[in-house]
Design a protein around this ligand. Structure first.
Ligand code: BGC
Ligand code: BGC
Length: 878
């Protein structure tokens, strides 16, 4: 059962908002209609059903909050005076947030951006090993350029925002806390506040002002690649944590609020990011308005009550309307109803996803209530110019502009930015000893201990004596990158080595320390191979998901290692030798691991613990005298699935109906977790779980790859036989072709490629993260696209797919394309066309490419994996 369905049994409320002022999104949610159905049901002729639900919808469903910080008349006057003195250009510059890879110091001097960011895996001088001094130097130079009024005539300090989402995770040597999913299991708001306060300190050492955390997504579908960024599927935990973390980052409103020991925080992503259909990142949330309030908004209640000064708009849509352009949510709900007087910052060119907008131009977002455009890439300059022009033409009103700028300035004043010394001269700046300080690591280690959830412990195998000979196996045993997950030094958390984590401890290293001290022995063997003399008493196998971030972590069901049960084989091999097995499972979400449960004597969900791997040995082992040092305290903050398909099993809200409560049947419920006192005869997970994954047939639906926009996680590239390049603008070329965006039905929904015939040119979609397409290849799906060509081709036009390890299969479609010269046509090819060796549909890296040596202009759009073949699907049967 999905909590999204829990909409009944709620107190009906008065509908006070006049219908005409409601956005389309609201109407759609009221009627529960899809966009097309809505057309027939005009808002002025509401049906009974509409009336009925209207009574339960509308702005008054939302909590009316009292702002944590009362308006200060003197400050407001100061802001007004400053705003009145600014030119349109100076104001718009406050709204533009470029990224460090795309601006120079001179740009900052000339424009005076209100803020800037470094994205995940972006460092000063593009140097992964940049030192704190390098970070400070960049902060200082950009700050000085911002307050230099020689070119732009203004001296408002800029501010730097960064994704310190589990510690200051872009900086080498920083303390890395468990990702939020593990902290949720710890369910200890006090600890969370401490973690946030430490994060603030390490961030301040590098001269940075502002942190894009906490993520308060209430995760409803664990297929979502950002599940681990959420604390829980339960809104209460999220609300309490949000309060604690905001207070830890910014200081208490009644205490040292935004003192020189504190940073600004951002509650993100507003709203409903954790509730998209099928858990698709940046997808569509079709929850009712009441569910938005009861489930998805709770983190904002906590965060705003703690005085959060910024909120990040979410990439996702609500009933098909992108949040970045949703005035009802951003302005009517968040600012007007919930009383938020800080600013709304956009997410990574999220404005460009609004229909009718591009990264370079988007009045709609500003008009909807976006105050800061997060605009990485070179798009910032045209966006700046277009926004200025839109203000001058009245498309964005002066009042809206002034409101946005006032909000930004209000936060800067509250943060003391006008009075604080420059970044290099702040009290914590340059105190490099604080980065990864022992006392910080101690708190992270405690968090690791508290985040562990014991799910199985046959015959009380745990706790272990440290005097034993312990085999430590699994590819996560001595791999700090893997135990830390995404958003770790690099954006995806990939490409890191243990040497990139000075001061950190792997899980193996932690075990080794404890065991060695007590006179036992730890044998590290990731593959589990042992020499004949080595006779372990017990094996600890540390295994789990590879790191990922955002849409790259989306999966279509929760089965662990589908089609490739390497770790299960390892567990079984050890058991076959009579060695008792303790599994330590590293993952960004609960997964279907029934077979792995059965093959383990004890099983610990360790989530993504971060840099302090000793926290695990602290709990698994007693001291040398056999005394428990730290018992398990973690409890599941996510329900554990009984089947691979059970991705939306969530603990029902209290307001749920009895029937909905009865439907809640996970394998292991929310709140579960054993400890050393538990009565094992009552344990839920024994050795006889069903390993049958076919029970529930997976229903598949069309998968858009390029429809209006290139869909996450894919990106478009062009290539020749020699080189490949990603596209970062609307026009690009290489020695074989030129490509540009074109409008077929709506803006930029198609691409026009001019192949010059001199050599083979390629255009396609790629992701570095292989995707599993087996659900499609097993059910007769097809690759479809719309295409048009300018000339008859005498040479092949290849349509292909590729999988990891550069395997590829392609078919020549020149004949079909030639048959309707100069006209758009929809073509569809069965995936069977691409199925021959060495194709592996389990690991698709390029789901689509076109390649040719011919001299021809090709336009294409609407590239989709069609779940069901159509009449016209070409089957390629030989
Ligand atoms: C950035 C990330 C960002 C992502 C969004 C990456 O290149 O480094 O910070 O979240 O792009 O697509
Ligand atoms: C993510 C945000 C992040 C931003 C900046 C986006 O892709 O969705 O969570 O704060 O990038 O890196």
């Amino acid at each position: 059962m999905n909590r999204n369905q829990v909409i009944n049994g709620l107190t009906p409320r008065q509908f006070t908002q006049p219908l005409s002022t409601l956005s389309l999104a609201v109407l759609l949610s009221i009627t529960g209609c899809s966009e097309s159905a809505h057309v027939e049901q005009a808002p002025n002729t509401p049906t009974v059903a509409v009336e009925d639900s209207v009574a339960k919808s509308g702005i008054d469903l939302w909590p009316a909050l009292t702002p944590a910080i009362a308006k200060d008349a003197a400050l407001e006057a100061k802001i007004a005076a400053l705003v009145a003195s600014m030119t349109v250009e100076q104001k718009v510059a406050q709204m533009i947030q470029p990224e460090i890879r795309d601006i120079t110091v001179e740009d900052m001097r000339k424009y005076g951006f209100g803020s800037y960011l470094n994205g995940g895996g972006a460092y000063p001088n593009n140097d992964k090993h940049a030192t704190p001094a390098d970070w400070i130097a960049l902060a200082e130079t950009l700050y000085q350029a911002s307050v230099d009024d020689s070119v732009d005539g203004i001296n408002i300090p800029t501010m730097w925002g960064t994704d310190a989402v589990h510690g200051h995770n872009n900086v080498i040597g920083a303390t890395l806390f468990p990702h939020n999913i593990g902290l949720g299991a710890a369910n200890n708001p006090k600890l969370i506040e401490q973690i946030a306060a430490i994060t603030a300190k390490e961030v301040m050492v590098t001269g940075i002002d502002w942190v894009f955390a906490p993520t308060v997504a209430v995760v409803q579908d664990d297929r979502w690649g950002r599940s681990y960024e959420g604390y829980s599927e339960d809104p209460t935990i999220v609300r309490d944590y949000s309060f604690a973390i905001v207070e830890g980052l910014q200081g208490a409103v009644s205490g040292d609020f935004l003192s020189d020991q504190r940073v600004l925080s951002t509650v993100k992503h507003f709203l409903g990011d954790g509730g998209t259909e099928k858990g698709i990142d940046q997808g569509d949330n079709i929850a009712s308005e009441q569910t938005l309030v009861d489930v998805h908004a709770q983190g904002y209640v906590g965060g705003l009550n703690a005085g959060a000064q910024s909120v990040m708009a979410s990439f996702n849509s609500w009933h098909g309307v992108k949040n970045h352009g949703n005035k009802y949510l951003l302005t009517d709900v968040l600012k007007d109803r919930m009383g938020f007087d800080g600013f709304v910052v956009g997410d990574w060119n999220g404005h460009g996803q609004i229909p009718g907008c591009t990264n370079e131009s988007c009045a709609q977002a500003a008009n909807a209530g976006l105050d800061i455009f997060m605009v990485p890439t070179a798009a910032w300059k045209p966006l700046f110019e277009n926004t200025v022009a839109q203000v001058n033409s009245g498309e964005i009103s002066q009042a809206r502009l002034d409101d946005a700028v006032s909000r930004i300035l209000r936060v800067k004043f509250r943060a003391g930015l006008f009075d604080k010394p420059s970044p290099a001269n702040r009290p914590l700046s340059g105190k490099t000893e604080l980065i990864g300080h022992a006392s910080h690591r101690e708190v992270a280690r405690q968090a690791v201990r508290e985040s562990l959830v014991l799910l199985k412990n046959n015959q009380n195998l745990l706790p272990l004596s440290p005097k034993l000979t312990v085999l430590v196996a699994g590819d996560a045993a001595d791999n700090i990158g893997k135990q830390s997950g995404g958003w770790t030094i690099t954006w995806q958390g990939t490409d890191n080595k243990n040497a990139d984590f000075p001061g950190a401890t792997s899980i193996y290293a932690g075990i080794e320390q404890v065991v060695k001290q007590a006179g036992g022995q730890a044998l590290l063997s990731p593959t589990g191979e042992l020499s004949a003399q080595q006779k372990p008493d017990v094996a600890i196998v540390v295994f789990g998901e590879e790191p990922y971030a955002e849409g790259n972590g989306d999966i279509d069901n929760l089965e662990y290692q589908r089609g490739d049960k390497r770790d299960l084989a390892l567990l079984k091999q050890l058991k076959a030798q009579g060695i008792p097995v303790v599994s330590v499972f590293i993952s960004g979400r609960p997964m279907w691991v029934n077979a792995e449960f059965n093959a383990s004597d004890a099983f610990v969900a360790a989530w993504l613990p971060g840099s302090e791997g000793q926290g695990i040995a602290d709990v698994l082992f007693t001291d040398a005298q056999g005394k428990v040092q730290h018992d398990f305290v973690g409890k599941l903050s996510f329900s554990w699935p009984a089947t691979p398909q059970q991705a939306t099993v969530n603990v029902p809200l209290q307001s749920a109906s009895a029937e909905q409560k009865a439907q809640y049947q996970p394998l292991i419920p929310f709140g579960y977790g054993l400890d050393y006192q538990s009565d094992m005869s009552k344990a839920l997970v024994l050795d006889n779980l069903s390993e049958d994954n076919l029970a529930a047939e997976q229903t598949i639906t069309d998968l858009a790859l390029f429809e209006r926009a290139v869909k996450s996680p894919w990106s478009m590239y062009i290539a020749t036989r020699e080189e490949r390049q990603g596209l970062s603008s609307s026009v690009a070329k290489n020695s074989a072709l030129t490509i540009r965006t074109m409008d077929r039905v709506v803006q930029e929904d198609a691409r026009f490629v001019s192949f010059n015939g001199s050599e083979q040119g390629v255009v396609g979609l790629i992701s570095n993260f292989p995707r599993d397409f087996r659900a499609y290849s097993n059910s007769d799906s097809a690759l479809s696209l719309s295409i048009k060509s300018s000339a008859l081709m005498q040479k092949p036009l290849w349509l292909g797919m590729a999988c990891e390890g550069d395997c590829r299969k392609q078919v020549d479609i020149a004949q079909q394309v030639n048959s309707k010269l100069g006209e758009w046509q929809a073509l569809s090819f069965s995936l069977a066309c691409f199925a021959d060796e060495p194709m592996d549909f389990g690991k698709i890296t390029m789901p689509f490419y076109l390649a040719t040596d011919a001299k021809v202009d090709i336009s294409f759009s609407d590239v989709v994996i069609q779940a069901q073949p159509s009449e016209n699907t070409i089957t390629c049967k030989k």
